[in-house]
Design a protein around this ligand. Structure first.
Ligand code: DC
Length: 224
């Protein structure tokens, strides 16, 4: 058993972050924290309550009365919103299309980032998102910035959606991913950008096992 380090994994949509983060966490006996799921849960609730997605005040009020829990299970991480299991619901096309708008609001980020820091404070975590290495866990011992071509990412999302029973179209996914990249990279607050001390990993031509192996190797060096 080595040190309980923090591992931050950032990168654009569909780069394989969550798949890899889950494997790495499991292998190390660490906790996996999917921050994208938190932004998705907030978006899901706002849509359900018919709150305008640019109404920062209303969203802040809503968030202060919202409980989001991430719980591990044998079938992967479950997401609970005010006690309701929303794991599947937060992956809908409607939530996916609207989450960048919600994730661009300062108040929303402030509240969720505070929660993320709290969850990671004792270490032994693998956290994935867009701003983990740059904002949430600036002191993380290991930071990875993962990416892959838009085509490869659309292919992966297509497979992923198929497994989850979500109907989707490759060309449309490609367009959506490119648009989401742009929205995530161009937003004013905490845009998607590689931290200076992050290691860049292009996963276009690598298998899941190869990427996980690389990160596990780097993690073990840091844990010594
Ligand atoms: O990783 P994902 O597709 O589940 O992320 C959903 C959205 O949330 C995506 O548009 C980017 C945003 N996000 C963010 O802004 N910051 C994070 N730490 C994680 C996700």
């Amino acid at each position: 058993m080595g040190k309980n380090i923090q591992i931050a994994i950032d990168g654009p949509a569909g780069a394989g972050k969550s798949t890899i983060a889950k494997i790495v966490a499991e292998q190390l006996g660490f906790t996996y924290i999917d921050t994208g799921a938190m932004y998705r849960a907030v978006t899901y609730k706002a849509l359900k309550e018919n709150i305008q997605l640019n109404d920062e005040k209303k969203l802040e009020e809503m968030l202060l009365k919202t409980k989001i829990d991430l719980k591990p299970s044998p079938n992967g991480q479950l997401v609970f919103l005010d006690g309701e299991d929303v794991t599947k619901k937060i992956r809908s096309n409607e939530v996916t299309a609207n989450v960048p708008q919600v994730a661009s609001l300062a108040k929303v980020r402030e509240i969720l980032v505070a929660k993320q820091k709290q969850l990671a404070k004792d270490g032994a975590v693998v956290m994935d998102g867009r701003d983990i290495g740059t904002h949430v866990l600036k002191e993380a011992e290991l930071k990875i910035f993962m990416s892959a071509s838009v085509e490869e990412r659309a292919k992966r999302r297509l497979l992923d959606n198929k497994k989850r029973g979500i109907p989707s179209d490759y060309e449309q996914l490609k367009e959506e991913i490119a648009l989401r990249d742009q929205q995530d990279m161009e937003r004013k607050i905490s845009p998607l950008v590689q931290a200076e001390d992050a290691i860049y990993l292009d996963t276009t031509h690598l298998s899941i096992e190869e990427v996980a192996e690389k990160i596990l190797h780097l993690a073990k060096e840091k844990m010594e």
